[in-house]
Design a protein around this ligand. Structure first.
Ligand code: GDP
Length: 448
């Protein structure tokens, strides 16, 4: 792991645009000189002070609040100076330029958090949670990310590591006394301990899988003829969370993507209505983009009119959707036919009967969608995990399964335990390659 850097970084930490307040954040090994030149003094630690931010000629750039967090009690573990000024793009740029003039350089995306990680303020899973809090698409995901930031997931992973270490110590200690009568691993009660750790790891993996779903959501391709009730049904699904429904039209002829949430699980909906004949280049680009989203989707949601069922026009679009996608056919407007609201599984697709008008069957539809997403509501909280974490947990679980199968050979057994421990430690970043760190932090926003 690289040593902590010794240069000063600065960035506008608040979003682009005009706002009541804007913050420039500076971090470095020592900021006394920069603070003195910019605001005339070094503020008392962790106390908000009123200050005039001045340029090189001593002319006021802005009037605001300065906060100083001396190392090591700061976000990055270095000296951190926060300048809270007016949230105008020009004034913030002037303030940033002044910090650069005084020796800072512009921070890379995620660099503050990277320094926090390098200075042991956060482990890697917590650092990733910082980005997840900012990017959370639903309230459930946001709360879950905050718990990860506070260390819930890391603590669970560390507890698993501790138990593996304990088991390794026992196994390795007994290996040193082969002359004892009892099988060394029996004495260590290794079998029971191993199965306990495996059960705990399986539980962590299940919770992490749920969390990963909360992060990325379910990607749904929406198909259906005009007027069958697609929009009405989406509104029903979004329910009270309608306020969070976002249409991301790009241009009107571009891919139409919407995100709604069901029980906090984001559903990213790609509408195939845009898949008409292309008349020009812009439309062609939009259609190509829709197809590439369809390629990556999880579920095909086909909405039909319960009075007509699946028509040949529906079939021609369904035929073009990758067969890999789970299929859910919704027979809407069931209020207009004598049919009952129900759910059927025909083997290759699932059918749900609904009325967007009366709301009948909508709960069943929600359950079916969440079921396809693999969402299993349970009393236990979920871990906000990324694919990287899931991968590490899965690898560790495989190692432990392997350990179980080589139980009669203590050396091999001990080696599998060691490898499982290494996999788990990758989650919290104990041994993480620099290029992976680079990749993780590059996805952060500037100023975080
Ligand atoms: P879309 O073109 O597929 O998005 O369909 P809309 O959601 O705009 O609905 C088309 C028409 O059908 C509207 O007049 C809706 O009020 C009506 N509609 C939608 N769902 C139902 C339903 O379940 N029952 C009945 N009776 N009418 C519905």
């Amino acid at each position: 792991m690289s040593a902590s850097p010794n240069d000063i970084i600065a960035a506008i930490a608040t979003a682009q645009g005009r706002a009541g307040i804007g913050v420039v954040r500076v971090s470095g090994p020592s900021l006394s000189s920069l603070a003195t030149q910019l605001i005339g003094r070094v503020p008392a630690p962790r106390m908000a002070i009123r200050a005039t931010f001045r340029d090189g000629a001593g002319v006021a750039i802005d009037d605001g609040i300065a906060l100083f967090f001396p190392a090591p009690h700061s976000y990055t573990g270095e000296d951190v100076l926060e300048l809270h000024g007016h949230g105008g793009p020009v004034v913030l740029q002037l303030l940033l330029s002044r910090a650069l003039e005084l020796g800072a350089r512009i921070a890379e995306p995620g660099e503050f958090t990277r320094r926090a990680f390098l200075n042991d303020k956060l482990d890697l899973a917590q650092a990733e949670a910082v980005a997840d809090v900012i990017e959370a698409a639903t309230d459930v995901a946001a709360r879950c990310a905050v718990r990860a930031l506070q260390g819930e997931f890391s603590t669970a992973v560390r507890a698993l590591v501790d138990r593996l270490i304990e088991l390794r110590m026992l196994v390795e200690a007994t290996l040193d006394f082969p002359e004892e009568e009892l099988d060394p691993l029996d004495r260590a009660d290794a079998r029971r301990r191993l199965s306990d750790v495996r059960a705990e790891l399986a539980n962590a993996l299940a919770r992490a899988r749920q969390g990963s779903l909360l992060r990325s959501g379910l990607s749904v391709v929406l198909a259906g003829q005009p007027n069958v009730g697609k929009s009405s049904l989406l509104n029903r699904l979004a329910g009270e969370d309608l306020a969070i429904v976002t249409a991301i039209p790009g241009t009107t002829r571009d891919t139409v993507r919407q995100t709604i949430q069901i029980d906090g699980v984001p559903l990213n909906i790609v509408d195939t209505a845009g898949l008409r004949e292309a008349h020009d280049e812009v439309e062609r680009i939009g259609i190509a983009r829709t197809w590439s989203e369809i390629e990556r989707a999880d579920v095909l949601l086909l909405i039909v009119d319960a009075r007509t069922g699946v028509t040949s026009a529906d079939e021609s679009i369904v035929a073009r959707i990758p067969a890999r996608l789970a299929r859910l056919v919704v027979h809407n407007k069931v209020d207009l036919v004598p049919e009952q609201v129900r759910r059927e599984d025909t083997g290759d697709s699932m059918h749900v009967y609904t009325s967007a008008k009366t709301g009948a069957g909508v709960d069943q539809l929600k359950k079916a969608l969440l079921g396809l997403a693999g969402w299993e509501p349970s009393g236990e909280s979920v871990y906000m995990a990324r694919e990287r974490h899931l991968d590490a947990l899965r690898k560790a679980a495989n190692r432990l399964a392997e350990a179980e199968s080589v139980f009669g050979e203590p050396e091999l057994f001990a080696e599998e335990l060691r490898l499982a421990q290494r996999d788990l430690e990758g989650v919290t970043g104990k041994f993480t390659a620099d290029d992976l760190l680079g990749e993780i932090f590059a996805r952060f926003c500037i100023g975080k």
